[in-house]
Design a protein around this ligand. Structure first.
Ligand SMILES: [Zn+2]
Length: 247
């Protein structure tokens, strides 16, 4: 049954062999088995086992121009063989993955393929529900639709919070649900995620470019902004990232 999930990528093996050579890999190429896999996001994986390379491409690439598949191959192969893919291939991939139709398709797929875990806004020390209401009234004129609110099931290492538009959910790192964490810090992280609700991201991922100038300006309006940032400085840099959205 599991096999039927994966469908061969037409010409996939040839594409990977060609790109392997183009990247300047000299050893004999592995035998490439390339399939589409129904990931819930734009994930692609490659595993080397002996002289076989198992490649799974997100099925969002199905129907994409062959240049996009080639660019994906270059990025994947570049990673495992430590080669630098040509910059134009990165551009092709980036343009495809940020394009509105791709994003739209990913949103629909995610809704279908990911089941939202039940979560509760009330943690051990902080309750996100009243906090959300207060921030909504104070900064958004009460106009935001309350999404599902909750704490991460496990402590996250790489992010403080996350807004997932497909699941209409804001999760906050459970490491912030501590007595030692002042409420204004939790409020700031929640406020940041609420801003993602207000400013739909062009790229979904919470990278610097997903925070527009308007987003940044709004963020500064938070009354305890400077204090919260200062407090969060004590967290390891990786954890200080806000909403690294996994798409
Ligand atoms: Zn963000």
């Amino acid at each position: 049954m599991k096999r039927s999930l994966n469908q061969p990528v037409p010409g996939g093996s040839h594409i990977f062999q060609r790109i392997y050579t183009r990247l300047g890999c000299r050893a004999r190429p592995p035998h490439f088995i390339v399939v589409y896999h129904p990931y819930a996001d734009l994930t692609h994986t490659i595993r080397l086992r002996g002289d076989v390379a198992y490649v799974r491409l997100s099925d969002v690439l199905r129907g994409a121009p062959s240049a996009v598949v080639e660019a994906t191959a270059a990025i994947l192969l570049g990673r495992i063989y430590r080669r630098q893919p040509p910059p134009e291939m990165f551009d092709i991939y980036r343009q495809f993955s940020y394009a509105r139709p791709t994003r739209q398709r990913l949103l629909v797929l995610r809704r279908k393929r990911i089941r939202r875990r039940e979560c509760r806004p009330a943690g051990k020390h902080h309750d996100l529900a009243p906090l959300y209401e207060r921030l909504n009234q104070c900064y958004f004129a009460g106009l935001l639709m309350r999404p599902h609110l909750g704490w991460s099931v496990r402590p996250w290492r790489a992010q403080l919070g996350c807004f997932d538009p497909a699941l209409r959910q804001i999760l906050i790192n459970q490491r912030l649900d501590e007595e030692s964490i002042p409420e204004y810090v939790v409020a700031y992280v929640l406020y940041h995620e609420m801003l993602h609700q207000k400013h739909p991201m062009r790229f979904m991922r919470c990278r610097r470019e997903s925070h527009s100038a308007e987003f940044r300006a709004d963020e500064m309006r938070f009354a305890d902004y400077a204090r919260a940032i200062k407090f969060l400085d004590r967290f390891p840099a990786a954890t200080r990232r806000l909403s690294l959205f996994p798409v």
